[in-house]
Design a protein around this ligand. Structure first.
Ligand code: F6P
Ligand code: MG
Length: 510
């Protein structure tokens, strides 16, 4: 029989629950209740009870000991911030003008202050009005949902994003260093150490895609399908080299993560646990029948991943599957390696004008120049467009995109396909909560699938954090839990998931 002390979960060991005769303490008989392990929480929450502090399934939070959230908030973020401080000091030592030196010193002091807040688990304070377009969005969220919350007990996603926003603030309130990118050196450096994979792709794809002569229409289509299949995987696995996880990567680590050859891709395809690539092909094929559509990329990381995204987008344009590609980046440095406008311009210009790869042959350099020149031409012709909405640098998930950034939702609703790259975008799509692994993708992404006018959405993500949905069964995830510790953070596994959305329907806002 289960018994309960009124003020404690269980009696101290050895202590009887009652003595002979009258009980010394009141006991409750709870024998009729189900066993604890049979009690399931009321998940998912009904949509009206969902808010940024209460996702549909339990949120990951930094105070969950032994979790990746805990390790990130307690160890990874301070390490990343420490490295950013070191890098800024290097920049400081390179300055000569006194007012710029002292201005940068003040930025470093603010970073030290952020380090104290982070390691001391301070409460989340409002963002200072530094003129960024997202200040009101941030402060509304903090006031409405996170009053009194700290770095560890706010949902991990919000607290982590907040740290990057605070880091931005360290510079954005300065006079001379407003646009300083603390991570820029690292981003460029990793790309410059990716020579093998960079040239493997440029040597293959510098020449515009064309079919060999005498092919039937069916053969041409099959050749395109195969190319699409390969390039989708190149684009997907480009997401493995994310600097926030791999600070101080060795050349060999970079190489093994960036193997782009056919054999490697065939071997890794089995690691795509939820794989809707065939449906994705059907989707883009249909676009061509409509004389090519608009495809949007919500970008993730700069450097090599962006380069792979562009190789993929180049093929989509050349093959007529898309007639316009719109790339969505960040307005300022974000999660270490995410693409900003500066990273975008740097990539295209370094390809055309740079001398980043001293050991490259003239032929290799030429292939990179040609490809870069073609991409710049796409930009001039409006076939490629780069944009950066303030919403992407907030702590809101994409369940709130419809309500908090209606203009952006409307804009995306006009796209034929929106491809979200990477882990953070996937966390935001799925509300970063403990949904069962078998949750269908379109259920997991809520309004991004079920709001009127929601576009088709694809998530291409190597798995680098806890949330996993869109698998055939929960058992598959359980098996990996038992057999392969750390499978959710290694980047070895991936998903390519697609939601059909409700395209074409009139977008409505409450
Ligand atoms: O800090 C964890 C995290 O947010 C994870 O989502 C992932 O490990 C990384 O940072 C960002 O990955 P990505 O660049 O693929 O979004
Ligand atoms: Mg990233």
């Amino acid at each position: 029989m289960a018994s309960l002390h009124p003020n404690a979960a269980a009696p101290p060991p050895g202590e009887p629950t009652s003595t002979q005769g009258a009980p010394s303490k009141m006991t409750l008989s709870l024998g009729h209740l189900p066993k604890r392990q049979d009690i399931r929480g009321p998940w998912p929450r009904t949509p009206s009870r969902v808010d940024p502090n209460n996702p549909p399934w339990p949120a990951y939070r930094g105070y969950h000991e032994y979790s990746f959230a805990h390790a990130t908030m307690g160890v990874r973020l301070p390490t990343i911030l420490g490295k950013a401080i070191e890098d800024t000091m290097k920049t400081l030592n390179e300055q000569s003008a006194e007012d710029q030196v002292t201005d940068l010193l003040a930025c470093i002091e603010r970073m030290d202050g952020l380090m104290t807040d982070l390691s001391g688990n301070a409460k989340l304070r409002p963002i200072i009005d530094d003129g960024e377009a997202d200040v009101a969005l941030w402060n509304k969220a903090i006031a409405k949902y996170f009053q009194g919350k700290d770095f560890m007990n706010a949902p991990w996603l919000f607290a982590e994003a907040y740290k990057y926003r605070r880091l931005r603030e360290c510079f954005s309130v300065s006079k001379y260093w407003r646009d300083y990118d603390v991570f820029f050196r690292q981003k460029c450096d990793t790309f410059s150490r990716s020579a093998d994979a960079v040239f493997e792709l440029s040597m293959r794809f510098a020449e515009p895609f064309k079919h060999s002569e005498n092919m039937s229409d069916a053969e041409k289509l099959e050749a395109e399908r195969l190319m699409f299949h390969e390039l989708t995987q190149i684009c997907l696995w480009g997401n493995s080299t994310d600097l926030s996880l791999l600070i101080n990567m060795t050349e060999d680590q970079i190489k093994s993560l960036q193997s782009t050859g056919g054999d490697h891709l065939a071997a890794t395809e089995k690691n795509i646990l939820g794989n809707q690539m065939p449906q994705l092909w059907e989707t883009v094929k249909e676009l061509r029948q409509k004389t090519g559509g608009r495809i949007d990329f919500v970008l993730d990381n700069a450097g090599f991943e962006l380069y792979c995204d562009c190789v993929y987008a180049d093929f989509l344009i050349q093959s007529g599957l898309a007639k316009q590609v719109r790339f969505h980046g960040k307005r300022y440095p974000w999660f270490v390696s995410d693409v900003t406008k500066k990273d975008w311009e740097w990539l295209l210009n370094t390809m055309v004008y740079g001398y980043l790869f001293p050991k490259a042959t003239e032929q290799e350099r030429e292939s990179l120049r040609r490809m870069g020149a073609r991409w710049k031409q796409y930009e001039k012709e409006g076939k490629w467009v780069y944009e950066a909405h303030p919403f992407w640098c907030t702590g809101y998930t994409f369940w709130e995109l419809h309500g908090e950034a209606p203009d952006l939702f409307l804009h995306l609703s006009r796209s034929d396909l929106v491809i979200f790259k990477g882990d953070l975008n996937h966390r935001k799509l799925t509300y970063d909560c403990a949904a069962p692994a078998s949750t269908p993708f379109d259920v997991a992404i809520g309004p991004m699938a079920n709001a009127a006018g929601a576009p088709k959405v694809c998530s291409m993500r190597t798995i680098k954090s806890d949330v996993v949905v869109g698998l055939e069964s929960d058992e598959l995830a359980e098996k990996l839990d038992n057999e392969e510790e750390g499978w959710k953070i290694s980047g070895k596994y991936a998903v390519v998931l697609l939601s059909e959305g409700r395209p074409g329907e009139k977008v409505r806002f409450a």
